[in-house]
Design a binder for this molecule. Structure first.
Ligand code: UDP
Length: 237
């Protein structure tokens, strides 16, 4: 099934398949932060993130959100629709954490009355700068209509995810989404995992995500396993 490598990113490698409309996304154990300046390998990270993404995407599909997921072809290999990636990183925030607390007078832990959606330009060369609708349109990255559509899907995903995770004892301060175009439709692409979300334990407030790596503050492998135990308990049976 897996054919030539199309692209290798910081945590996933994309392969062609014998069907040009389908790709395989392989979740690797490698991990980076700070624009790739900090690197590491964590045992089973790819496995946990692949399984968490698979479960969340299946749950979102059942709620009417279209995703690029077709099926898992191994524990870490996800067969996905080949899409044209929209060059926007869609950041959704419910509780102040991370970069927003450094850029604005917002104290970590502040709960936002309304979720915040912000867009970063997906460009390693330019360091993923934040942009607004006018800049995205001027760059030719998207259209006003498409941005509005993406914003609405992101808000819907947020609502579903916050409740889903709450039932599993997890708070969702913020996360990042990516979307792709296929046959005139917008599909949720990329991943939703411990690498792309902030997950805080509801009881202790403890981080269960990549912040443990960014800030050297605990056992990443254990935390990812804990999230997997709550979201995909069946893989531990
Ligand atoms: N995020 C991501 N990839 C990026 C930038 C951000 O997955 O390239 C996620 C990050 O894990 C967090 C949210 O988006 O859940 C908001 O990130 P933030 O802007 O606070 O950046 P950070 O503080 O992580 O550098």
């Amino acid at each position: 099934m897996k054919m030539e490598q199309l692209y290798t990113g910081k945590a996933k490698t994309i392969y062609k398949t014998d069907d040009p409309t389908k790709l395989i996304s392989e979740f690797r154990d490698s991990l980076t932060a700070f624009d790739g300046k900090k690197k590491s390998e964590v045992d089973k990270k790819g496995y946990y993130n692949a399984q968490i993404t698979r479960k969340i995407y299946e749950m979102l599909e059942a709620e009417g959100i279209k995703t690029h997921l077709i099926e898992m072809v191994s524990d870490i290999d996800m067969l996905v629709d080949a899409v044209e990636i929209v060059k926007l990183e869609v950041i959704v925030r419910n509780i102040a954490a991370g970069s927003i607390t450094r850029k604005y007078p917002m104290k970590e832990g502040t709960i936002f009355e309304n979720p915040i959606i912000a867009f970063d330009y997906k460009s390693d060369e330019y360091g993923d700068p934040m942009l607004n609708n006018d800049i995205a349109v001027a760059l030719g990255v998207s259209t006003y209509e498409e941005i509005e559509h993406i914003r609405n899907i992101a808000l819907k995903i947020n609502k579903i995810l916050v409740d889903y995770l709450d039932e599993r004892g997890i708070l969702l301060p913020d996360f990042k989404l990516e979307f792709g175009r296929k046959d005139g439709d917008i599909l949720l692409a990329d991943e939703i995992s411990c690498d792309t979300c902030r997950f805080w334990d509801k009881e202790t407030g403890e981080s269960l995500d990549k912040d443990l790596f960014r800030q050297d503050k605990g056992n990443l492998s254990k935390a990812y396993e804990e999230v997997a135990r709550r979201i995909v308990p069946e893989i531990f049976e």
